[in-house]
Ligand binder design. Structure first.
Ligand code: KIV
Ligand code: ZN
Length: 511
């Protein structure tokens, strides 16, 4: 029977994190990042504490080579790696980018040898020896991958890695290229390779059967000292192992550390989601929007008393920069909604909260998703709105936009007895106006725009625009602002001002 722990082997106390979001992650169908976007992601991965960033495949396109060069020039703490086939021209292109590590790969499985590379096994061993040596002669570190390792004849795979080691490769990589290994199989392959070579071992697991994370963890328990992963599990087909999940499992279940600053995981996931356009499923572990959200009455009741009642506890939202949320819906209970309403600034009696619960359940039964804005409307309908006390007033607004001008907004705002003036630019007039307001208000409080929703109420070019914003201050107090106008910029600005006033009102109430 398979034993999940290699009893003679002690797992490393620290595992190397090789992030391939910018290479395998970019191979996600439909994703193409420009240089600026790649630079933003590389800087974020560096902030996150990734040991090695695979910045791209320099021989693939001119833009790819340029991106790898630019990323290397940033002088990040993370080491920069470039991918190359076992061909001198690919390796030269990678070296030309001044990378710290060249990652070379060659297929080794029978099926790949027969249909793709079409060379004998002996020829493959010679190429490996020649190409690893070629990289090393240039004074650059070499990472060698046996592509499709998990479908490779095991005796041949051992030879492949021995040749790479003899040729002075710095790290060898065992890819589960088509994601067909089980955790047991991955464990056994890694264990066997570990017994035959001394140099560091990476694993690179694909998620075709949903096992990439489990296979990566099993590999570490068998002797791998590095994992190749991506943010949000992006990658070819069903993707690669998710960095967030592998890291949190190693840290929390096995007490195996990495250099990852986990508090930046959520913001990294969000950045990659925004730049790649690939949405993270709400129920995705660790960084999904619902990972720490609770709706059902039984759960929210428990969580309000003690979060560990219905959360793992060993992984807390604040560890990864995420937030716990109580959601209003058809399964809501009185305790959860009471807490949520308090956070929104409403102090209701038990009877009033019960009425809100009843109304929310009614809407839920009709199949309607209850947003925070809906909840606010329900409460205001029931008890009247928050008093309209004004801490902040818009005195002046000027917006410049058009062809060949960067949209710019200037605002003058009165905050109590102070006058705040400032301006900002944006991708359009609405963005510029919202940024200008946030910038001037920042002198008093940093207020984040959590959500912005725009709906046209009537047809035609003079349609009424309804804008809803959800704002959040540094203490986590949330408010909703809403305005309806014919002018989208003005509707957005008024919604922002209303939301900001409400934050200050709620703060005053719960002081
Ligand atoms: O999946 C794979 O085999 C790869 C190699 C280039 C390592 O991405
Ligand atoms: Zn891959």
């Amino acid at each position: 029977m398979f034993a999940f722990y290699n009893t003679e082997f002690k797992p490393p106390s620290r595992v190397r994190i090789f992030d391939t979001t910018l290479r395998d992650g970019e191979q996600t169908p439909g994703v193409a990042l420009n240089i600026e976007q790649k630079v933003l992601i590389a800087k974020q991965l560096n902030k996150l504490g990734v040991d090695i960033i695979e910045a791209g495949f320099p021989a693939a396109t001119k833009g790819e080579k340029e991106a790898v060069k630019v990323i290397k020039k940033l002088g990040l703490n993370s080491k920069i790696c470039g991918l190359a086939r076992c061909k001198k021209e690919d390796i030269d292109t990678a070296i030309d980018c001044d990378v710290d590590i060249v990652h070379i790969f060659i297929p080794t499985s029978d099926i790949q040898i027969k249909y793709t590379i079409k060379k004998s096994k002996e020829e493959i061993l010679n190429i490996i020896s020649e190409m690893v040596s070629y990289v090393k002669e240039h004074g650059v570190k070499c990472l060698f991958s046996a592509m499709d390792a998990t479908r490779t004849d095991i005796e041949f795979l051992i030879n492949v890695f021995k040749v790479a080691e003899e040729s002075k490769a710095d790290i060898i990589n065992i890819p589960d290229t088509v994601g067909i290994a089980s955790p047991e199989k991955m464990f056994n392959i890694v264990k066997l390779i570990r017994e035959n070579v001394k140099i560091p071992i990476d694993v690179h697991c694909h998620n075709d059967l949903g096992l990439a994370v489990a296979n990566s963890v099993a590999s570490v328990l068998a002797g791998a000292d590095g994992v190749q992963v991506t943010i949000n599990g992006l990658g070819e087909r069903a993707g690669n192992a998710s960095l967030e999940q592998v890291v949190m499992i190693l840290h929390s279940l096995y007490n195996i550390k990495t250099n990852i600053r986990t508090e930046y995981l959520y913001e990294t996931s969000k950045l990659v989601e925004r730049l790649t356009g690939i949405k993270v499923m709400p129920n995705y572990p660790i960084v999904g929007d619902n990972a720490f959200s609770h709706e059902s009455g039984i759960h929210t009741h428990g969580v309000v008393q003690k979060p560990e009642t219905f959360e793992p506890g060993i992984v807390k939202p604040e560890m990864i920069g995420h937030k716990r949320r109580i959601i209003a819906g058809k399964h809501s209970g009185i305790h959860g909604l009471e807490k949520l309403l308090k956070e929104m600034g409403y102090e209701l009696t038990k009877e009033q909260v019960q009425k809100v619960v009843d109304r929310v359940k009614e809407l839920g039964d009709k199949g309607k998703k209850v947003t925070e804005a809906d909840l606010q409307a329900i409460v205001e309908d029931l008890i009247g709105g928050l008093e309209d006390k004004r801490f902040v007033e818009l005195e002046e607004l000027a917006v410049m936009t058009g062809n060949k001008v960067i949209p710019t907004a200037s605002v003058k705002i009165k905050f109590k007895d102070r006058t705040l003036i400032g301006s900002d630019t944006g991708v359009g007039p609405v963005d510029a106006a919202i940024k200008a307001i946030r910038r001037v208000i920042k002198e008093v409080e940093d207020i984040k725009l959590v959500e912005y929703r725009l709906e046209a109420i009537s047809g035609g070019s003079d349609a009424l625009a309804s804008v809803t914003v959800i704002l959040e201050d540094q203490r986590g107090i949330k408010s909703i602002g809403r305005a309806v106008r014919e002018d989208i910029v003005m509707a957005s600005v008024e919604a922002m001002i209303q939301g900001i006033n409400r934050i200050f009102l709620i703060r005053e109430r719960i002081k």
